[in-house]
Design a protein around this ligand. Structure first.
Ligand SMILES: C[S@@+](CC[C@H](N)C(=O)[O-])C[C@H]1O[C@@H](n2cnc3c(N)ncnc32)[C@H](O)[C@@H]1O
Length: 404
């Protein structure tokens, strides 16, 4: 049994974080790392698809084994798996700078304010959400989650202008750093491995250095008054309804939301302020423009797509949660699509009671649990030498969760 497993990072400058120990009996690593760094005559094990086999070989090695891994092996890397399978106390980890540090260094940008997200071997929603909402994002890619895939998905999601930097094969002789925009990245030829930076330069210039969070100014208020948003004919969700909807949707970092029938975009803007990636959809071009203006006003990134639901939803990435604020006559068809594609939560705001029964029936038929909540707010207003309560129009929220 290997007593010690030295996990050694290979930095974006191509250097090892530390020398290999003289008594190494087995070196595991990617083919390209083994080729360069495995000492002649020492047994090797290629880290490819089957990590069980690698863990087995490391476990069975004599004395000291070495694992070579890119960047910081404890940062979206192999340390999690090795610790689980072989025990953290057998590992000695030697981190090199991450590929993300290398990519930011290559373009001379600081990155303590960056959001870093992996699309490598994980569901892609969090990477898409981060790139939509945060102004400075690094995405660890994979062959099936390439820079072109990311750029294509962000364009389909109505993402605003972004600078895209793709750093490939850092530390190798054929390392390349390319700078383009979303449209340019769709056709970019890139070798693996690579890391992608997605930068909203206009927003970064406004935010300055004040934030350490990746997704915008810290401590934004939410449940703002309806009049804080540019809106038309009162088509803006009221603060208390919005607050409850955002809570039920679980709006927060790592979540990808759709706001269908976004109107003024107040739900989308506040969900983004809480860190969620949001795609706001409306069939009315003026409302789409209003949503963009409101996102801009509050300094948050929101994807905005113009077109009628459900048709326009077909090309969007699957959401974790959806707010349906305006389904109009197509509400049933919108719901059918939404319930089929959403991961866990759907909230529907209804102005008329008659729709509640059919909407609940649709949730049930699709295998979702749902219930209704009437949000009834009364404002305290001065009257003579006292106060009275003035009721606002109640709104019925139908909130559903996918059955486990
Ligand atoms: C499993 S993660 C490992 C991350 C690593 N622990 C780090 O600190 O960079 C694999 C991803 O890291 C990125 N990566 C690793 N090595 C790279 C390199 N030499 N050049 C560019 N990106 C690299 C790619 O996005 C790749 O898909």
């Amino acid at each position: 049994m290997a007593e010690r497993i030295e996990v050694i990072g290979v930095g974006p400058d191509g250097r090892l974080a530390t020398e290999l120990p003289g008594d190494v009996s087995l070196v595991a690593g990617g083919a390209r790392h083994l080729e360069r760094f495995a000492p002649p005559g020492v047994a090797t094990c290629v880290i490819g698809g089957d990590l069980d086999q690698v863990a087995g070989a490391l476990d069975a090695a004599v004395g000291t084994a070495v694992v070579l891994a890119s960047g910081d092996p404890g940062w979206f890397g192999i340390v999690r798996r090795l610790g689980r399978d072989l025990g953290a106390d057998r590992l000695r980890v030697h981190p090199a700078p991450s590929s993300v540090a290398g990519a930011f260094a290559a373009i001379g940008l600081p990155w303590e304010d960056a959001t870093v997200v992996s699309a490598h071997g994980r569901a892609p929603g969090a990477a898409i959400a981060a790139a939509l909402v945060a102004p400075k994002v690094a995405v660890l890619t994979a062959p099936d989650r390439s820079p072109a895939w990311l750029a294509h998905t962000l364009l389909a999601a109505g993402c605003g202008p972004r600078t895209v930097v793709v750093a490939s094969r850092l530390g190798h002789d054929d390392a390349v750093v390319q700078r383009t925009d979303l449209a340019g990245a769709v056709d970019l030829e890139v070798a693996d491995p690579n890391v992608v930076l997605v930068l909203d330069e206009a927003r970064l210039a406004r935010i300055g250095a004040a934030t350490v969070r990746g997704h915008g100014p810290v401590g934004l208020p939410w449940a703002r008054d309806a009049d804080a948003f540019e809106h038309r004919d009162g088509q803006v969700s009221k603060p208390e309804v919005r607050a409850l909807a955002l809570a039920r949707l679980g709006a927060g970092p790592g979540r990808l939301l759709w706001d269908v029938g976004c109107g003024s975009g107040s739900v989308a803007v506040e969900a983004a302020g809480l860190g969620a990636g949001v795609i706001a959809v409306d069939r009315d071009a003026d409302q789409v423009a209003r949503t963009r203006a409101n996102a801009d006003r509050f300094g948050v990134g929101v994807g905005v797509v113009h077109g009628p639901a459900p048709a326009v939803l077909a090309d969007l990435p699957d959401p974790d949660a959806v707010f349906v604020g305006g389904g109009g006559p197509d509400l049933a068809a919108v719901l059918d699509l939404v319930l089929a594609r959403t991961r866990d939560r759907v909230v529907v705001a209804l102005a008329t009671l008659e729709r509640a029964g059919p909407v609940l029936a649709r949730f049930d038929a699709a295998g979702w649990d749902a219930g209704g909540e009437l949000v009834q707010v009364q404002d305290l207003r001065p009257l003579a030498d006292g106060h009275r309560l003035v009721p606002r129009n109640p709104v019925l929220l139908i909130c559903g969760g996918r059955r486990p």
